[in-house]
Write a protein that binds this ligand. Sequence first.
Ligand code: NDP
Length: 300
Amino acid sequence: MSEARILDGKAFAARLCARIARQVGALQQSRGLKPGLAAVRVGDNPASEIYVRNKTKQACEAGMNSWQHRLPAEASQDQLLDLIRRLNEDRQVHGILVQLPLPGGIDAGAAIDAVDPAKDVDGFHVINAGRLVTRGPGGPSGVMVPGTPLGCLMLIKDHLDKLEGLEALVLGRSNIVGKPMAHLLLAEHCTVTIAHSRTRDLAAMCRRADILVAAVGRAELVRGDWIKPGATVIDVGINRIEGADGKTRLVGDVAFAEAVEVAGAITPVPGGVGPMTIACLLQNTVTACCRQAGIPVPEA
Ligand code: NDP
């Protein structure tokens, strides 16, 4: 069998970001509107610092307003909720993201619940999660879909014309990836299974899947012989491992070198799902801005 098609998330996301920049330009020119993204970070988690910096930088590059708000690690829950309330009321801010994880002592659920659902560009608020489950991602429901699963779906659809009736396995059941991913695939009429740490015989489950989305955070858990020949494999995992040379490198949840021999298409790590997450966050910010102004998202 020939090697899988590599689903290049980096290139796809670059095209998406270029389109978003055109939309932002059109909004400014025709309506005097500038989408604005506010990122909130608490404490000094180094990974969060990098993520937030990348998100705000890319928002600026797309022509948006973007702000970073940082509270000290010892900030109280009330301080965080006060900041979120101020951002909810600020008409220049169309999207708010609260970077997770938050330090111990702060209730992440309460922080997410405090964000105005219309500005919840991460799609984590219970209102948006509920709308996705009950009404699906499209139409007039006003749902915000989390960026990572939205980006995964775009890559899947870039490869497959028709998802209807396909068997999809989502490995992982987190609120930010696994569960919304499963609902997006269900809305595409896939037959969806969600697997997790208590699933029996994961390998057998994987072998049935026409579409396999791995979001577990376990380096190279999914082996090549777990994959159905020709399957579309989306690797969300980001794991840092140490190589024989003592240097660290990033790998996904799928053993790429084995899987690429069997799959029909596969995302690399890095350069697969990661860049799509930020691009979809920016797309959500444009959508939020347009919805708040009561206008359609411009074609671009
Ligand atoms: P969570 O830790 O919240 O969830 C992991 C899920 O995997 C859980 O449902 C857990 O099961 C399941 N799991 C863990 N170990 C196993 C196992 N051995 N077998 C089967 N299932 C298992 O992680 P996230 O969803 O937040 O993230 C998953 C991965 O994706 C991480 O590597 C993360 O870094 C990455 N990620 C990447 C993003 C990107 O932009 N590329 C964005 C977000 C995340 P249970 O529920 O039973 O505990």
